[in-house]
Ligand binder design. Sequence first.
Ligand code: NDP
Ligand code: MG
Length: 394
Amino acid sequence: MKKQGICILGATGSIGQNTLDVIAHNQDLFDVIALCAHRSFETLFEQCQKFEPAFAVLSDQEAAQKLQNLISGTSLKTQVLAGEEALCEVVSLASVDKVMSAIVGAKGLLPTLKAIEAGKVVLIANKEPLVMAGALMMQAAQAHGATILPVDSEHNAIFQCLPDHYRTGQTLPKTVRKVTLTASGGPFLHYPQEAFADITPSMACKHPNWKMGQKITVDCATLMNKGLEVIEASHLFSIKHDCIDVVVHPESLIHALVSYCDGSLLAQMGAHDMRIAISHSMAWPHRIASQAAFLDLVEVAKLNFLAPDTSKFPCLRLAYDAMSAGKAAPAVLNASNEVVVHAFLQGQVRFNAIPVIIEKVMNKLYDLSADTIEQVLQVDSIARNETLKEIRKF
Ligand code: NDP
Ligand code: MG
């Protein structure tokens, strides 16, 4: 494998740090060209000292200045850039072969789209842009010869269970009956629904299996994460929603399954360690060591499966509703969820109000169009404002 130039969007987050760990153990294969984040200048500075990227970008101007001050005191040649436009510039550099898209939320849409338009190999962990504008992103990949590879563990698992010649965005082979995403069920799988109103942010931020950023951890607790992933899968694999199933699998050791017409069910298994999916996407079509632990099946002994309870976790149903409604509904769902999760983390809304508020906003905005990126961004902004209004009413 030729040495690959890498740009990481969201370098200081959970996915970003795991990506850098994979790179640290495969230094002969990857060259870090650009590291980007929002305002964690101290973490980014440490990463710059270790990986010596040509560019370090912070979307927050003040934090970028602080990073510049730190770098000026060293012999590092890293150039510091500031602002959201700079994120879009570095993903398109000629020296960048692969872009890890790992910003959290809608803010990742424009830089990820720029990477696609620059024809890069784009490794997508940042699922929210796919939910908002998946069709437009997949069309752009086709038009610009970009390769999109899934990092989200379920989607990476599906990709691994498909034939070697399959590429994301293509229609699935006719022999595929359906795909199944597994869900851990989150920390409240067996928690009484009557007590949901008293769930605190710190309770919701404790995922039973995975260590991730706060937003996705809350999404796992409401099952919205699985809903977003169903929409994500529909775009990545060009598949209708009635062919995408969700099954709760509390051990999170099987990440997804693909069911074939002959009754075969192919599953991808592995430890709860994102370095497996990250290293797979980084090395594809090759494989490299990820440093993840190997599963001991005798120790695992048992795997459990159960149907998701959408009356207890309505967010999953809302995502299927948004997908059936089409148009701007998925972008509304995503924006509303981002705002209401943020408000929950700030102690402004109760856990059980999350789906109620999102559904109200969806019902209000079901008829908006989202045929262009400009429209998607407009819908995103309208849905955020409507959600804030609903939160104030609560
Ligand atoms: P984190 O919260 O841990 O990290 C988010 C990253 O995004 C940080 O580097 C943050 O920078 C950066 N960021 C946030 N806002 C901006 C912005 N406006 N401009 C530039 N950078 C920004 O999130 P995760 O790593 O957990 O998740 C990242 C994405 O990957 C999410 O979409 C999530 O759904 C998805 N994902 C994550 C998994 C996981 O295991 N963590 C698994 C599967 C998918 P700063 O530190 O400066 O704020
Ligand atoms: Mg996932």
